[in-house]
Design a protein around this ligand. Structure first.
Ligand code: PLP
Length: 400
């Protein structure tokens, strides 16, 4: 069980049935959380929000005072974030950038390019040349680095430290640094190194990964006799869906990063978390449409489903939730109710994959009761397959 904030609970129970399901975002809670994250980070650590976690303009704006910029990973995100929070610094990443996307990013003068291959570097250089001789582009090549110990072992989503299509292979490092510093491409400047190796790491593992990345970058700079101003150690701070109260330890992480910056007085570090910033402020509220006893188990079918909230299906977890009882029963027939203590909550789709949470302790759950699924503020609506079965889209509420 995870308990919604009073504001979210009030909205979830007061919306008419026809306006459910609904995403409800508690922007005050988001601000409070982002302020605490910011406060835990030492000087010379910049915080960029990974837009892919949740690009709702209201969230981007609410995060504004607490972040140094936004990481975008497509032309679509670039345009969207440019409109939602105009004038804020953007870092443009993502594997497989098209020439049109790169040109759009150059036009917008994005502050940093995360370049993911030698080919992409050549394309970027050529397009920058076409813009004009005064064009200056700051580049952070993204590397898929080996990490020395088993620090990625607990990751739910490793994107590096193993064969992957993300970033450059370390064997390309010397070539890329040379291309960026020997005058071949005068419009490109090597600003630093970027690496995002995994998601779902706790603070000690994140710190070990950050230390590995910084050490590797500093060695590279020494070998090539170049100066690096920045190292971006990525995002991936964990959100524990099985135990929502066990949050990423930002304070321990900040303390560790402070040690790292103290050891490297010339470096600015950057982190780019997504999930751990916005997951907690979002709720998917719905109502129970039917309750069924089937072959010894209880199922409750709710309005909506994984076509709106795909997170539990993609990550294979049970989405934490709270039951919000609704008393009136307007019908003449008996109200269907769960007979056992544990209930599986499913959606309206015609597939057994449409399961939001199994074994939810919800004794007596009835048709018409409301359910609020928590941790739905990241990789939720925006990663879902909305059009499958053509059910209506949810409502969106931003509480401030
Ligand atoms: C390059 C990059 N940076 C940051 C993130 C954000 O990761 P998370 O939301 O786990 O913090 C991702 C996620 O895939 C990513 O690919």
């Amino acid at each position: 069980m995870t308990v919604p904030t009073p504001a979210v609970r009030d909205r979830a129970v007061s919306l008419p049935s026809a306006e459910l399901p609904a995403y409800i975002y508690d922007l005050a809670a988001l601000r409070e959380h982002a302020a605490a994250v910011r406060a835990a980070l030492p000087g010379r650590v910049e915080l960029y929000y990974a837009t892919k976690a949740n690009p709702e303009p209201e969230l981007l704006a609410a995060l504004g005072p607490y972040v140094d910029g936004y990481e975008v990973s497509s032309g679509g995100e670039l345009t969207h974030v440019g409109k939602a929070v105009p004038g804020r610094p953007l870092a443009f990443g993502g594997p497989g950038k098209t020439p049109a996307e790169i040109s759009a990013a150059l036009e917008r003068r994005v502050s940093r390019f995360h370049v993911e291959s030698v080919h992409e570097l050549h394309v970027l250089a050529e397009l920058a040349r076409q813009v004009g001789p005064d064009m200056r582009v700051s580049v952070l090549p993204r590397f898929n680095l080996p990490v020395s110990d088993d620090s990625l072992a607990d990751s739910s989503l490793a994107m590096g430290g193993r064969p992957a299509p993300f970033g450059l292979d370390p064997s390309d490092a010397d070539t890329v640094v040379r291309l960026l510093t020997d005058g071949t491409y005068p419009q490109l400047t090597l600003l630093g190194i970027h690496a995002h190796l995994a998601s779902g790491l706790r603070a000690p593992e994140q710190l070990a990964v950050a230390e590995s990345i910084v050490t590797w970058a500093v060695d590279l700079a020494a070998r090539q006799r170049v100066r690096l101003a920045e190292v971006n150690v990525g995002g991936g701070m964990t959100v524990d869906y099985a135990d929502p109260d066990r949050r990423f330890d930002w304070s321990a992480y900040g303390t560790g990063l402070a040690r790292l910056t103290a050891a490297h007085p010339d470096l600015t570090l950057r982190i780019e978390p997504g999930r751990a910033l916005t997951a907690y402020c979002g709720w998917y509220a719905t109502e129970v449409l039917d309750v069924k006893h089937s072959h010894g188990e209880e199922f409750a079918v709710v309005r909506g489903g994984t076509h709106h909230l795909r997170t539990p299906a993609t990550k294979g977890h049970d989405q934490p939730c709270s039951v919000l009882p609704v008393e009136p029963w307007p019908h003449a027939w008996p109200r269907p109710a769960a007979r056992q203590d544990l209930v599986t909550l499913t959606g309206q789709l015609c597939t057994p994959k449409d399961t939001l949470a199994r074994g939810v302790p919800a004794p007596g759950l009835r048709v018409g009761d409301r359910v609020a699924f928590g941790l739905a503020g990241a990789y939720a609506w925006n990663i879902s397959h909305h059009d499958f079965l053509m059910h209506p889209r949810p409502g969106f509420h931003f509480l401030d």
